[in-house]
Write a protein that binds this ligand. Structure first.
Ligand SMILES: [Zn+2]
Length: 282
């Protein structure tokens, strides 16, 4: 498989040929940076962990340059940071028993450029080879420009594929901004209570990001715990760890549906719920 960037790579933890590792994929996750998938797509990793009939493949679109750095990494150049982050992602792929992890190696600026067709072409090629049942990516309501650019490129790539090569489900999941604000009926609720030790290990492996002064490991597990407890006010906790998602599949079923309009319909329903409750109780 030939991607546009010369430093792109397909890492296969169990040493299988790359085309086989992609072809057996059932759950695919596409994120902007190393560590995004372990935060947002842990449900997919968990679904496939230890299974012989389900395989998770990760895709990191950017090269990870330009992240904040401190401690032992304080004096690392952008090139050294890219190398460290790639190794960290490979460690996570190994520990999480990924089928494969694909590094597309784009600069953030290239991903954010809506006219750059290369990202879309690489993603199409990947999805056509993997034919996953489920794809996880960022949400349209994320507050990180590169994350939103990635979900827009994913939607464009999938829309241009023949219908029978598209996934059954496309989910947008939480990283920069959670989805607790969604009305409950608009939430996809992923119970990720199992293997909490492994969840902690996976996010904790990205030491260069955590040493940069951000406790993503504690924050991510804390968010999942908070989601589980604040999900239902009148019942005891059924899950100890929950990730919220938005079902983006309608954007594939209706290729004329504007992503902006689509996400605004969720925001409108949220506004109606808030104002409706106040009107009822005033
Ligand atoms: Zn990210």
């Amino acid at each position: 498989m030939q991607f546009h960037n010369p430093n792109s790579d397909v890492y296969v933890p169990d040493g299988s040929p790359a085309d086989l590792a992609l072809a057996r994929t059932t759950h695919l996750a596409i994120g902007a940076h190393p560590d995004d998938l372990e935060i947002m797509a842990w449900h997919g990793i968990l679904e496939c962990f230890g299974k012989s009939d389900k395989y998770f493949t990760g895709v990191t679109v950017t090269n990870g340059a330009g992240s904040p750095r401190d401690g032992v990494y304080a004096h690392y150049t952008d090139e050294q940071m890219q190398a460290v982050r790639r190794v960290e992602q490979k460690k996570a792929a190994f520990v999480g028993e990924f089928s494969a992890h694909v590094f597309l190696d784009y600069a953030s600026g290239a991903v954010q450029d809506g006219k750059n067709a290369h990202v879309v072409e690489d993603l199409q090629q990947l999805v056509a080879a993997a034919k996953p049942r489920v794809i996880y990516t960022h949400t349209l309501a994320d507050k990180h420009d590169t994350h939103v650019a990635v979900v827009l490129r994913v939607i464009r790539a999938l829309r241009q594929l023949p219908a029978d090569q598209r996934p059954e489900r496309l989910y947008g999941c939480e990283v920069w901004r959670n989805l607790d604000w969604l009305n409950d009926q608009d939430k996809v609720v992923f119970d990720v209570s199992a293997h909490e030790n492994l969840a902690a290990s996976l996010v904790g492996l990205f030491d260069s990001q955590i040493a940069g002064g951000k406790r993503y490991d504690l924050a991510t597990l804390g968010r999942r715990r908070a989601n589980a407890t604040y999900w239902e006010s009148h019942a005891t906790d059924l899950a100890s760890s929950v990730i919220f998602g938005i079902d983006l599949t309608p954007l594939l079923a209706d290729t004329a549906l504007d992503p902006n309009q689509f996400i605004c319909s969720f925001i409108d329903r949220f506004a109606e719920e808030v104002t409706g409750r106040i009107a009822k109780l005033a």
